[in-house]
Design a protein around this ligand. Sequence first.
Ligand code: BGC
Length: 766
Amino acid sequence: MKPTKNLLLLFLFLSGISLNAQKKATKTIAPKEQFIAELMAKMTIDEKIGQLNLPTSGDITTGQANSSNVAKNIEQGKVGGLFNIKSVAKIKEVQKIAVEKSRLKIPLLFGMDVIHGYETTFPIPLGLSCTWDMNAIKRSAQIAAQEASADGINWTFSPMVDISRDPRWGRVSEGSGEDAYLGSQVAKAMVTGYQGDDLSKNNTLLSCVKHFALYGAPEAGRDYNTVDMSRIRMYNEYFPPYKAAIDAGVGSVMASFNEIDGIPATGNKWLMTDVLRKQWGFKGFVVTDYTGIMEMEYHGVGDLQTVSALALKAGIEMDMVSDGFLGTLKKSLDEGKVTIQEIDRAVRLILNAKYDLGLFHDPYRYCDEKRAKTEIFTTLNRSEARKIAAQSLVLLKNDNQLLPLKKSGTVAVIGPLADAKENMAGTWSVATKQENSISLLAGIQSVVGTSAKVLYAKGSNLDYDEQLEERATMFGKTLHRDKRTKEELLSEAVKIANQSDVIILAIGESAEFSGESSSRTNIKIPQAQKDLLAALQKTGKPIVLTLFTGRPLDLTDENATVPAILNTWFAGSEAGYAIADVLFGNENPSGKLTMTFPRTIGQIPIYYAAKNTGRPLGNKEGKFEKFKTNYIDERNEPLFPFGFGLSYTTFSYGNLSISSNKMAANETIKVSVPVTNSGNYDGKEVVQLYIRDVVGSVTRPIKELKGFQKIEFKKGETKTVTFEITIDDLKFYNSDLQFVAEPGKFEVFIGTNSDTTSKIEFDLVN
Ligand code: BGC
């Protein structure tokens, strides 16, 4: 026999063993409804309320699980799930307590913030969305699910789909930017990536879409702040991605911290029951965010007992960390403040999820220690992550084709983010082993090998303010603050710059400068790094600004003086390789912004799908016009619009053509455009289609994204790109919140970013 055949037989033999093992572990149990009805008939009221309780893992570590407080609660049936415990061994041990020591042996859910990968870490979600590649995004979720489920996790608190148009808000890094249509596509890709087609498979995760709702619109961009928004805006601009996740079958939803119409989301019955369940038909369960119930006391809507009852009655099923359900629901039941039907409804939904995950069939389904050893941070997963990361980078400027760089001569790699592996994964990367991430310096050294000489200097700290740096480098994401003086750091950097042919300057934000509770009032590059840039500019050497950031920044100064800017976000565990691949031309950048970059913070909120207003500006050259909607001290346009991103090649767009200039509601029409790769490299282009509803019963945005295709073009190649427009692309929520398409004129724009003016018209007829 040939060796390959031997291997095949061995594989079949081993898979047979594991299939048999799985079969043995899998119990045959009654169908779902019957099984859960029978189980609930046995449950005491305390056991029922226990299923609605989601504490953190607290003091559980391997070996002492049995003696911990959480363990006691599990034994007594007071816990429905736990979150953010890492390692299959610990999870197995804790699951054992639930299924061997609790009276009814109900297995636990194990949740985690698996936000952009597990140990193999993908770009932060804002970066991932800039790939505009839904297959890549779905693949990142599949790999995350494969790795997390191999380590005992069965539930992820992802995707975060909060639309945001305010880069001051630190959590823009965790979402997909400003656009409802793109955000909806990403939501669907993530949910289907995590959950697959069968939740009970041991390599899928229950997904949790968050934070429902409107969390991305806090006043002043300050995290957790008040949200106040018209219903028409909610339905048209902020709700679609949550709804897309529900339509894709997401199994759970997380409530947001903010209030909506004066009632905190966690206690908002209109939101949780009328919208989510009655209008959208959601069948899974809703969990609060961390201490969401308890926080309603601070919002000022009642004491813990009152707000816990409010949450249950609103439609919340699981209490994360507040101990509000556990501590007060029984009393509320006795006092007639909640009903047993309300409690039962919630319990049933939690048990349904456990059933769907296959936990009643086999509570250890996700606890296969062999998988944990072989399926996490694998070479294969990392190579996929490297490719995906390269696609998330956005080339903002490239004068005189400074990029790609040649793999020769001497390259100076300078900046506080250059040798910063702890920061590469970005915010919300709890499972990442930071020491395994690839820094930019390491990535460059690996990609250029011995072909070029690489010099390194730090050049500056993140900021002159040491305390700010501490706050922006939490959770071990240190930048190893350098104690040398500013002058010493600068002079070392200038010295190596003078010995080099080109400078790769790695500056911007650290990983925890964005993310939860990291709002900023200033979105410029910190002054210490601006000073470093200025000192290096004096050397006259060409500079490639390699930007690290979790949010759109004000790059007006840098854009005016630096020849090349590559925005790299935080590209994950493989960041250094991916960035070096792009800098040195192994990969051609193809990312496009999913959030507008303002010229100045004063323009915020700034987004492409704005309204025309009654006094639109008559020019696009930035000329001030009195009594028109503009600023006296700044032009209206952003620095970089939504959808913007350059390539090493160029794409030229021909004239648009349309299959008909009239469309009836039951018809579709096609709009086409020839696109040519007119430059010198093969490359990918995101061809974008926007629609304007010219006259409506309510005012409509000047442009809305309604389609996009990411297409590969060989050098010199022309392809005709065709989009089909259906009636759904023309619908919006009117002032009665009905989803309608109104007859009349529509404009269709196709181009390389949201600024495109190339358009064609048609009429929707009755
Ligand atoms: C965040 C959520 C997260 C939860 C659990 C909260 O502070 O807002 O996004 O899922 O913590 O870690």
